[in-house]
Design a protein. Structure first.
Length: 247
């Protein structure tokens, strides 16, 4: 499978593809302490409900095992715990030590690793999730291949993302809000320059991200079936796919 970065190198943030990973890790290490507060403003308080409903629509149920890739501070994992009931049934993975420190309060197993090299056994998970972090991977194809490897036959993938709305007005409004308002608010909320830079990067990756069709094609290319994308409010995308029942 050919390599598929989620977006080209962003010269305004880092100079080359090789610089992407250390830049992202440092950026989120520094922004981690203020991330939850920023998310509450960005999502208008609806984030927990949306994440929980998305997990339930993906079939997550007690007794299953879930891997939350790019767990961050645990925003998706927190809602998964409400469904699963047991912390030992959920594993969180992230490249950022700062984000993992924030997620420790959840009391679940945490692993510092990349999505493209997951240190877990084959066929050990029922659901793999990524919450608004797909744009920070180095290679979507390699990550999706790893997701399929760790999933049991029939297991599922849930990828939550943000994309441009269809209308020109909607695109302009989203650009103004995520590109200017949210970064400024992030700094005023106590996160300082690090939080502002993190949220500016958040928007720039959305703006430069590969189209939805490329993400769906990469999932299919990794061997997933039943690939589909659900859109809410014109910008929130939930990609779902299934690992084949038989090899």
């Amino acid at each position: 499978m050919s390599r598929l970065p989620p977006h080209p190198p962003l010269a305004q943030h880092y100079g080359s593809e090789a610089a992407r990973e250390p830049f992202v890790r440092t950026l989120f290490d520094r922004g981690a302490p203020s991330y939850d507060q920023i998310d509450a403003v960005f999502s208008f308080g609806t984030g927990p409900r949306y994440r929980r409903e998305a997990l339930m629509r993906s079939g997550l149920a007690p007794g299953q095992r879930m891997l939350d890739v790019a767990i961050g501070t645990g925003l998706v994992a927190r809602e998964a715990l409400r469904i699963l009931g047991r912390a030992e049934d959920l594993v969180g993975l992230d490249v950022s030590p700062g984000m993992l420190r924030e997620a420790r309060s959840l009391g679940l197993p945490l692993v510092q690793a990349k999505a493209e090299a997951i240190p877990l056994a084959d066929a050990s998970m029922d659901l793999v999730t990524v919450g608004y972090a797909l744009r920070h991977f180095a290679d979507l194809g390699a990550a999706f291949a790893e997701f399929r490897r760790v999933l049991r036959p029939g297991g599922g993938v849930l990828l939550l993302e943000i994309d441009h709305p269809e209308s020109a007005f909607g695109q302009a409004a989203l650009r103004f809000y995520l590109g200017h308002v949210v970064p400024s608010l992030s700094r005023w909320l106590g996160g300082g320059r690090d939080a502002r830079r993190m949220m500016r990067y958040f928007w720039d990756t959305i703006d430069a991200c590969v189209p939805a069709a490329a993400i769906e094609e990469a999932l299919a290319g990794a061997g997933f079936t039943e690939v589909r994308c659900e859109i809410q409010l014109g910008i929130f995308r939930a990609y779902r796919a299934k690992a084949p029942l038989a090899a």
